[in-house]
Design a protein around this ligand. Structure first.
Ligand SMILES: Cc1cc2nc3c(=O)[nH]c(=O)nc-3n(C[C@H](O)[C@H](O)[C@H](O)COP(=O)(O)OP(=O)(O)OC[C@H]3O[C@@H](n4cnc5c(N)ncnc54)[C@H](O)[C@@H]3O)c2cc1C
Length: 289
């Protein structure tokens, strides 16, 4: 691998660097856990890597809670998600997705922004963020930001809505403080091995009830089941108004069928399309058990 590395140390310097490289071939590197693997496989000539990990601004690296959301800087790491107690309580789905990502060592450097921008159908944190209907804040070289729902962020495998003069700045997850206790939230990942393995199939769910146990909000996303992570909208709508504790066997099956309707899996080295569908159906039903 042979590339030049530029190390901007502030957001301002970063935007200047991006601007100056508009006519050149460049890539961003955050934790570089994906990028280095990719460049090893497909080396690129005359490439410059903009190393984001030296940008120390809290807006890029930190977490901030306001009354109705948690804002995670794009450089917030998987490890920081795992150890954050507030995230663990409010969004078990996010906590569990980060905890199942790779290994302790990789989680120290792998970033939430990198997990989204690599746009892998099996991205674990990305899958949880889709279930949570998070919002992506994108920063352009003019210094202006635009917001895109994470459900619209992926254009295809390894393709996002980011333009060449843009960088992912932060991800915001909406929070409803009143409902934080009434949740069924989690992440199920099926892989060929227990660790250091991308999903063969995954499901992320975050279901909220009112004080009577009636479902009033549901977010369900599936990973490694289609060219991009998908939000299973009809499956979510199906749950609204039902009593969480009294979902019948028939309703679980109906829900799983609706989840499955969003899947378009492929057969590859890790699993057949048939196997992925079977597993997805079964793990979808199992979230209520
Ligand atoms: C051994 C191994 C095991 C793994 N296991 C898992 C796993 O279990 N689950 C899983 O989900 N992933 C897994 N991965 C993939 C990887 O670790 C994650 O996707 C990680 O979150 C990527 O983050 P990063 O900061 O390292 O991204 P990088 O490698 O730095 O970047 C990834 C891509 O995103 C772009 N990018 C990064 N940040 C930004 C930004 N702010 N704005 C614009 N573009 C940006 C880069 O240009 C690059 O194209 C594994 C990787 C390895 C090597």
């Amino acid at each position: 691998m042979n590339f030049e590395i530029i190390n901007p140390s502030s957001t301002e310097e970063l935007l200047g660097t991006i601007k100056s490289l508009q006519k050149e071939k460049f890539r961003f590197g955050a934790g570089c856990t994906d990028l280095l693997m990719e460049l090893k496989k497909n080396p690129e000539e005359n490439l410059t890597v903009i190393n984001l990990s030296q940008v120390k601004d809290a807006s890029f690296t930190g977490i901030k809670k306001t009354t109705n959301q948690f804002r995670l800087g794009a450089l917030f790491t998987a490890h920081k998600i795992v150890i954050n107690e507030e995230l663990k309580i409010n969004f078990p789905v996010l906590h569990q997705s980060a905890l199942t990502l790779a290994s302790t060592q990789i989680r120290q450097v792998a970033t939430v922004g990198g997990n989204l921008c690599t746009a892998s159908p099996s991205g674990d944190i990305a899958c949880a963020l889709v279930a949570l209907e998070a919002q992506c804040e994108i920063l352009g070289t003019t210094g202006k930001t635009r917001t895109v729902p994470v459900t619209d962020f992926f254009m295809g495998p390894r393709k996002t809505v980011l333009k060449s003069n843009e960088v992912l700045y932060s991800i915001s997850v909406p929070v409803n403080n009143k409902l934080s206790k009434n949740i069924l939230s989690g992440f199920i990942k099926v892989g060929t091995r227990r660790s250091m393995e991308c999903s063969v199939v995954s499901i992320a769910y975050h279901i909220q009830t009112d004080e009577h146990g009636n479902i009033i909000n549901a977010g369900v996303a599936i990973g490694a089941s289609a060219p991009t992570i998908r939000f299973a909208k009809e499956a979510c709508e199906f749950l609204i108004g039902k009593k969480l504790k009294h979902i019948s066997h028939k309703e679980k099956e109906k829900f799983a069928e609706k989840v499955l309707s969003y899947a378009a899996p492929i057969t590859d080295i890790r699993a057949t399309a048939w196997y992925r569908k079977e597993v997805l159906f079964n793990i979808s039903k199992s979230i209520f058990e």
